[in-house]
Design a protein. Structure first.
Length: 198
């Protein structure tokens, strides 16, 4: 399994990018932001480009699979408590991001992604055999397989998020992409450390 370790300087830069890109007036998922002829809503749709739509469309099923992988590991006995804690953190972080991404697609009048889109080959997505292997694994083997698969999965998400940072136009979407890069680089470091200790 290929491993990547993020340099502290790179993480500091990414953190600065993320803080600069995030907006304090995050839109409430599920709310109707298109009513009342709002000029703000019209501006928000106009501020999204093709890269923003692609980022949201691909990241939703990618996050959904990460949650599915986490649920599989959390349902097992004999899992390293540190791996269990990581799976919980992934779920807590990515579930609200899915709702945010869905809200943006609705605001942009773009089709909402579903699991059938997948994250695309080369985006770190697990195939059916990978998911079956994780489901069948037990104990230490399951913990290790989860870490190995999630590293690859995170690397795919980071590649997609970096493309959004480079090419996206919607400021909140670019901010979320920067946050995904910074967060998941740190999680990859944690997972590599756990693999080395196992």
């Amino acid at each position: 399994m290929r491993r990547r370790t993020a340099a502290p300087a790179a993480l500091a830069l990414l953190a600065a990018l993320t803080l600069g890109g995030c907006s304090d007036d995050a839109r409430e998922p599920g709310a109707d932001h298109r009513g009342h002829g709002s000029a703000d809503a019209q501006t928000e749709r106009a501020d999204a480009n093709e890269a923003d739509v692609m980022f949201a469309t691909m990241m939703i099923p990618h996050h959904e699979q990460a949650i599915e992988m986490s649920d599989l590991i959390l349902a097992k006995d004999g899992i390293d408590p540190r791996v269990r804690a990581l799976a919980e953190e992934i779920k807590q972080a990515q579930a609200p991001e899915i709702e945010q991404l869905r809200g943006w697609l609705a605001d942009w009048d773009a089709p909402t992604a579903d699991a059938s889109h997948g994250g695309g080959h080369g985006a770190g997505m697990m195939d059916e055999q990978d998911m079956a292997a994780l489901e069948d694994a037990e104990g230490d083997r399951a913990s290790r397989l989860f870490l190995e698969q999630m590293i690859e999965h995170h690397e795919g998400a980071i590649d997609m998020a970096r493309s959004e940072v480079a090419d996206g136009r919607h400021p909140d979407a670019v901010g979320l992409a920067g946050s995904i890069v910074a967060t998941q680089l740190l999680e990859i470091e944690r997972m590599n450390d756990l693999l080395e200790q196992s």
